[in-house]
Design a protein around this ligand. Structure first.
Ligand code: ADP
Ligand code: MG
Length: 269
């Protein structure tokens, strides 16, 4: 258990893949919930104009007064933008469709790639006592995703266990490499996470074999199964851990949280 009153710098993880529908938002919400369930203090940053993680965590559009748009483009204080959710230890900076224009509005801004970095990696955030910040990225390698990667310590890449899953991954890795060279030399790949895995399906197993052959240790041991409870949970504004605590989906995200914490404990040792 962490002591929420102790100031400390959180570890920041960008959840990214330029493909849509691969499980970025689902992983952000449920990994966040699984870590929060263990008593860690978590901040989810919704960086997708679709606002799916905001909706999935039960924050209605009317309640999104200060959003990631204001965080990037105006001088709104973190304190004003961070909202509590129904789950203890799980907090959110929401997004609305306003964010869709940010990409264009930022083009002429000299600090355009560093805005989220400057908002999140400042001493002020230490006072909140977050252990992890999870950034839910849009389905694109645009300036928003670049902001997430510049702000983050690592990138977690959900990979849908489907044909063509590995396509596009090299472009993502190239972007990570470019960001390392330009703005964030310490950026790591946290891991590649197989999602929507169906053990009865040959294709799923083949994608897993390909991923493990090509990427080795970068692939999380934990695999997230395709599970209908996972897809139902957001319409009840709940994580799958709260919606059906005994489901296979909930178990898988708890296992992922354990794997992540073990890795981080090893890195810190
Ligand atoms: P992204 O954020 O990458 O666009 P989402 O997390 O929104 O992807 O997932 C896309 C769709 O797949 C959603 O409808 C979601 O509910 C569903 N989904 C994601 N993970 C699972 C899973 N493990 N089992 C079943 N459905 C899933
Ligand atoms: Mg999403």
């Amino acid at each position: 258990m962490s002591d929420p009153s102790r100031p400390r710098a959180p570890k920041i993880i960008a959840i990214a893949n330029q493909k849509g529908g691969v499980g970025k938002t689902t992983t952000t919400i449920n990994l966040g919930a699984a870590l929060a369930e263990k008593g860690l203090k978590i901040l989810v940053v919704d960086l997708d104009p679709q606002g799916n993680s905001s909706t999935g965590l039960g924050i209605e559009p009317d309640d999104r007064q200060y959003t990631t748009y204001e965080l990037l483009l105006d001088d709104v204080a973190l304190d004003d933008a961070i909202l509590p959710t129904d789950q203890e230890n799980l907090h959110l900076i929401p997004a609305t469709v306003d964010l869709s224009s940010a990409d264009i509005e930022l083009v002429s801004n000299e600090k355009r790639s560093f805005l989220l970095h400057d908002a999140l990696r400042q001493t002020e955030i230490d006072q909140f006592g977050f252990d992890y910040v999870l950034i839910d990225c849009p389905p694109s390698l645009n300036l928003l995703t670049v902001n997430a990667m510049v702000a983050a310590h690592s990138v977690l890449v959900p990979l849908q266990s489907e044909f063509f899953a590995l396509e596009g991954l090299s472009q993502l890795m190239l972007t990570v490499r470019e960001i390392r060279q330009s703005a964030n030399p310490d950026l790591r790949i946290e891991g590649v996470l197989l999602t929507m895995y169906d053990a009865r399906n040959n294709l799923s197993r083949q994608v897993e074999d390909d991923a493990r052959d090509n990427l080795g240790d970068l692939v999380f041991s934990t695999v997230i199964p395709r599970n209908v409870r996972v897809s139902e949970a957001p319409s009840y504004a709940m994580s799958v851990l709260n919606y059906d605590s005994q489901s296979k989906g909930a178990a898988a995200y708890r296992e992922l949280a354990d794997e992540l914490l073990r890795k981080d404990a090893r890195l810190a040792a």
